[in-house]
Design a protein around this ligand. Structure first.
Ligand SMILES: [Zn+2]
Length: 504
């Protein structure tokens, strides 16, 4: 069949995108499409058949199409973008289209194996498809379709029948006799889900400036724990702003995070940090806590939790692989982040709740502290002691209720930790089922921290000096007595619970 172009004017009249019916998510393709569409591209209608994948922000999405509707879409489309499923590609070829194909890849959990990649490479070599393995290639092919006028690209070269026959031969060669049968149906049969072990995550929950940085740095010294810093800030401070990693390198130059990005997404440049930040803000925010406390199957919010959760899970799995350590420490501290992790099926979450005298926390929040990890310079936020008091109350109330939500938790007072670090660390190692190494850490020699890759956090983590633990009680002299009294008054309901004096 030969298509007659409807119009010679450059642009795409109707773009149809199909991810197929496999149960694996194929968010990568939807994100690429949305990023490409985020600037004006001279495209008419865009229809996405998304299956189990993310909903497109900018195109009209449908979950599935009946076979007749699907065929109709192929007939109406000027350009088709699809996964590397044989049935979909075959349908395009029958309609005289040369689709832009992004094969699903096993390394991104988009399929059980890489047969789509092998298959598509063979087809691309014969000119039956336009293959896009990276975001840049994908953008280039779509831009080319727009530039040339879509119908010209889509129009058949006059060899449809020949290529359909070749295609069938190739299918049989690659997949054996079963291939012919699968060509007759559009749906690829869902495979059995392969159960991966859960990812152990130790989450540090506390009001910021309660000693969590040094605590997580010390945990990173354990041969079975890897501290990744504040995962909550990975998009803004890591991917977008390229702040310094705990190793001292900018995020984009850090070998550890580079490898994590490669494994998780084929490189950080394959996803948009800005878009991930937007997605994150839809679920990981204080205002969403009521939702995070309920079921993740809620309409509207549920899909965003699942979608963002899949991204976080990919990062965490990649961290396990790159670090070769079995337990991840996340110092994000935010309640909403902890509740989000609790919603993820793949995460085995445990919370280490750190409490510090609220007047000490307030004093720390009133000081000017530089942030050397920000290129160009910046200071840490400052907050009024009254607001810190309220935050202290709210954070500690929330983290003290984690066990009621089914999340194992252990509480450590900052003051006890700095006075007796061996005991405090042992408490955590025991809590997560690890052998203690803390005795050896605090020997006669001064303790120097090894290399770490905390993605964001207190700038103290960048100092390469011997660890000295001492109780910081400067608030007793530095903090305005009126402010200290204010903080005491605000936090009074919970001061006794953590053995802090009610006066101050
Ligand atoms: Zn690093």
């Amino acid at each position: 069949m030969i298509r007659i172009p409807a119009s010679r004017a450059p642009g795409i009249d109707r773009l149809f995108v199909s991810v197929g019916t496999d149960y694996h998510r194929f968010d990568r393709l939807i994100w690429w499409l949305d990023e490409w569409m985020s600037v004006d591209r001279n495209v008419g209608h865009v229809i996405v058949q998304r299956g189990t994948s993310a909903t497109s922000e900018l195109a009209h999405s449908v979950e599935y199409l009946q076979r007749t509707q699907l065929i109709e879409e192929f007939q109406r489309a000027s350009v088709v973008v699809c996964h590397g499923g044989p049935a979909t590609i075959m349908e395009c070829r029958k309609n005289g289209l040369v689709p832009i194909v992004v094969p699903r890849e096993e390394r991104f959990d988009e399929h059980v194996n890489d047969h789509q990649v092998d298959f598509c490479e063979r087809l691309a070599a014969h000119g039956d498809i336009q293959l896009a393995r990276t975001k840049d290639e994908f953008f280039r092919l779509l831009d080319f379709a727009v530039e040339r006028g879509a119908s010209e690209v889509a129009v058949d070269d006059g060899h449809t029948e020949e290529s359909v026959m070749k295609f069938e031969e190739l299918m049989v060669e690659l997949f054996g006799s079963r291939a012919r049968r699968s060509l007759n149906g559009v749906a690829d049969k869902a495979h059995e889900t392969e159960e991966l072990p859960k990812i152990p995550v130790v989450f540090i929950g506390s009001v910021p400036r309660s000693g969590s940085t040094i605590m997580s740095d010390l945990l990173n010294e354990h041969p079975h724990m890897v501290n990744i810093g504040e995962l909550v800030h990975i998009w803004q401070r890591g991917v977008v702003d390229n702040n310094l990693c705990g190793c001292g390198q900018p995020f984009s130059d850090c070998k550890f995070w580079y490898k994590v990005g490669e494994i998780a997404f084929g490189g950080w440049n394959q996803i948009s940090g800005e878009r991930m930040r937007t997605l994150q803000r839809r679920v990981d925010r204080t205002r969403h806590i009521p939702v995070l406390l309920t079921s993740k199957n809620l309409p509207f919010v549920g899909p965003s939790i699942t979608q963002y959760g899949a991204v976080v899970t990919r990062i965490l799995r990649a961290v396990l692989e790159v670090s070769e350590k079995p337990i991840i420490v996340d110092t994000s501290k935010h309640i909403s982040t902890a509740l989000l992790l609790r919603q993820l099926d793949d995460v085995d979450l445990r919370v280490v709740h750190i409490v510090r005298d609220p007047r000490g926390v307030a004093n720390s929040w009133s000081k000017v502290i530089d942030r050397p990890e920000v290129q160009g310079g910046a200071e840490m936020d400052r907050l009024h002691p009254g607001r810190i008091g309220l935050r202290w109350l709210w954070f500690n109330w929330a983290f003290s209720n984690m066990e009621r939500l089914g999340v194992p938790a252990t509480t450590i007072r900052y003051e006890d930790f700095v006075k007796k670090p061996v005991e405090a660390l042992d408490q955590i190692f025991q809590f997560v089922g690890l052998e203690s190494t803390s005795e050896a850490m605090f020997g006669d020699e001064p303790l120097m921290l090894g290399e770490g890759h905390s993605v964001s956090g207190n700038p103290r983590r960048l100092e390469k000096t011997a660890v000295e633990l001492a109780v910081d009680e400067k608030w007793k002299t530095d903090l305005d007595p009126k402010m200290a009294s204010l903080v005491s008054a605000v936090t009074r309901p919970m001061l006794g619970r953590y053995r802090y004096s009610k006066e101050g």
